[in-house]
Design a protein around this ligand. Structure first.
Ligand SMILES: [Zn+2]
Length: 174
């Protein structure tokens, strides 16, 4: 349903023309053809992003309504940064834009799967790796006295974060 707009209001920008349906029935949400996403109590939904070609999991992020609408409207991944509390056009700073090859939503429409092609060096992780999931946690009980030791699964960074981001604050919060 279109909202009525007061006269003289500025024209809608592209992403504002995208409307989400109200969630009315289970059948509509699960098997219908209406986009009726469910955002959580913080107004977010989780997004898993994979490389379109290889299927490699690149990152897990979150979108608010505006990020989802902008992603749909532009065909480039937009997220909501929980640490920085801002809408985030992925690649705006680094040039490593994620072009959306396919955008899927899950059965109950509370999670999104993006299949993307990444510009430039192909990295999606601000630490410099292709995937944010570049370390493996070994499964199994360690020997007495041993700690869990993370195993690096990408050998080299695909870009130098210092060169790309300079002195911009690191989004990782302790
Ligand atoms: Zn990362």
């Amino acid at each position: 349903m279109l909202h009525s707009r007061r006269p003289g209001a500025h024209p809608l920008s592209t992403h504002e023309k995208i409307e989400f349906a109200a969630r009315t029935t289970i059948e509509q949400v699960e098997e219908g053809d209406e986009l009726a996403p469910k955002f959580d109590a913080h107004g977010l939904l989780p997004v898993v992003t994979t490389a379109a070609e290889s299927g490699e999991v690149l990152m897990l992020g979150y979108m608010n309504e505006e990020a989802l609408k902008r992603t749909i409207a532009t065909g480039e991944a937009h997220y909501y940064s929980r640490s920085r509390e801002v809408l985030w056009h992925k690649g705006a700073t680094s040039g490593l834009v994620q072009r959306v090859v396919e955008l899927r939503i899950d059965d109950d429409q509370d999670a999104v799967w993006l299949r993307v092609e990444v510009a430039g060096s192909g990295a999606s992780c601000h630490v410099g790796y292709r995937s944010c999931f570049f370390r493996e946690v070994p499964v199994g009980v360690p020997a007495a006295g041993d700690r869990v030791v993370l195993q690096r699964r990408e050998q080299a960074k695909t870009f130098d974060p210092v060169a790309v981001y300079g002195d911009a604050p690191n989004p990782t919060k302790l």
